[in-house]
Design a protein around this ligand. Structure first.
Ligand code: NDP
Length: 352
């Protein structure tokens, strides 16, 4: 975070991969008591807000719970600086600190947390099985909380200016760019929604799309076209992000039909070109939709596999917020509790 007048505009979520930020705190590796144990009531896959919240509820509910967080625990929030919209922190909190606190709370409740990557799963029988490179685990219930990854343009500047003007979440970071021109890349519903939302804050919002027609629904297009703060750049791609040590200052555009280059002075670039749910592992194990999100079945967080629940961005392409992911983690844990209590029918498990 930078000091000075611009700092308030610069602390925001990013999709950078460096995991930097926070106050230099590091999560305790492999928290929990029983590292050589391989049989649990519940195994949670994923160490973001959904996974940790599910762990807190499962362990507090008396279930022997293992959380496999992957080798880079914390999910998208570890690539975030200030988080202003997670309730309970009146002055905001650094994303990595929030994740460390959730992890420590989860461990304190009794969840065994291992920073191991899941390499395979088998949900076809009972017990359910989860494989890592270190061990094979058995569980009576599984909670999938592996999240989704925002797609990137592939520009070096996305890494350089992550947290300093490049963002993948308008709801999270839009308010940091009040009074500045803002750019949004993408032509789908997310880009329209985010760009329209960003007109509340930006002096103007430049929508950069690689084709001459939008992919977004007609209704979303109509809203965007009607907004006087929107400026559309057709057949255009962002080729460079330029800034200084403080923040993004401008972006370079190239018209992919004429080859003409242009620069736009903007304080931020929001990349809204889609998300990839982290579900490769679950192909053939639980039902996925056409975009590879986990399909919820019946009521609550049930999936198509008996005893397997999902929570967070791995099934939710709509809200994608830390607080909603945490809420879904709570719901998945309560559904798992109901299932494990022998009331699978009441839990509405579609596989029954
Ligand atoms: P989409 O896949 O629908 O759209 C992605 C957009 O990004 C497309 O316009 C695509 O261009 C563009 N794009 C993809 N890759 C690149 C790239 N490398 N460089 C430049 N541009 C790129 O993703 P969304 O996130 O917009 O939507 C996902 C789903 O969620 C959709 O089904 C959508 O309808 C839904 N949704 C619904 C909302 C609502 O109803 N309120 C709100 C948000 C999302 P091109 O068109 O040329 O392929």
């Amino acid at each position: 975070m930078m000091a000075g007048a611009e700092a308030a505009t610069e602390s925001q979520a990013s999709g950078s991969d460096d995991g930097a930020g926070g106050a230099g705190r590091k999560p305790d590796a492999d928290a929990g008591p029983a590292k050589d144990k391989t049989s649990y009531d519940v195994v949670i896959i994923g160490g973001g807000p959904a996974g940790y919240t599910a762990g807190i509820y499962c362990s507090r509910g008396g279930y022997d719970t293992l959380l496999l967080s992957g080798i880079l625990p914390g999910g998208q929030l570890v690539n975030t600086t200030d988080v202003e919209n997670y309730p309970g922190f009146k002055s905001g909190i650094m994303g990595p600190d929030l994740m460390i606190d959730m992890r420590e709370q989860c461990a304190r409740m009794g969840t065994t947390i291992l920073d191991h990557e899941v390499t395979n799963v088998d949900f076809r029988g009972s017990p359910l099985r989860v494989l890592t490179s270190n061990a094979e685990y058995e569980a009576r219930a599984i909670i999938i909380a592996t999240g989704a990854t925002p797609k990137k343009l592939g520009l070096e500047g996305e890494q350089t200016f992550g947290g300093r003007g490049v963002s993948y979440c308008a709801t999270c970071d839009g308010p940091f760019f009040r009074g500045q021109p803002i750019a949004v890349a993408g032509g789908g519903d997310t880009a329209m929604e985010e760009a329209t939302f960003l007109t509340k804050f930006g002096t103007e919002v430049h929508l950069i799309h690689r084709r001459d027609e939008l992919r977004a629904s007609k209704a979303m297009q109509a809203r965007a076209f009607a907004n006087k703060k929107m400026v559309f750049h057709w057949d255009s791609e962002v080729t460079d992000i330029v800034g200084d040590e403080n923040k993004v200052r401008r972006i370079v555009l190239r018209n992919n039909k004429t080859g003409a280059e242009d620069t736009l002075d903007v304080g931020a670039l929001f990349v809204a070109i889609g998300h990839k749910p982290n579900t490769d592992l679950f192909e053939g194990q639980v039902e996925l939709d056409a975009k590879k999100y986990v399909v919820l079945k019946g009521v609550g967080q049930n999936t198509s596999a008996k005893g397997v629940f999902a929570a967070g961005d791995v099934h939710d392409a709509t809200y994608r917020q830390a607080v909603t992911a945490a809420g879904f983690g709570c719901m998945a844990a309560l559904d798992a509790d109901e299932y494990l209590s022998g009331d699978a029918d009441a839990a509405g498990n579609a596989a029954d």
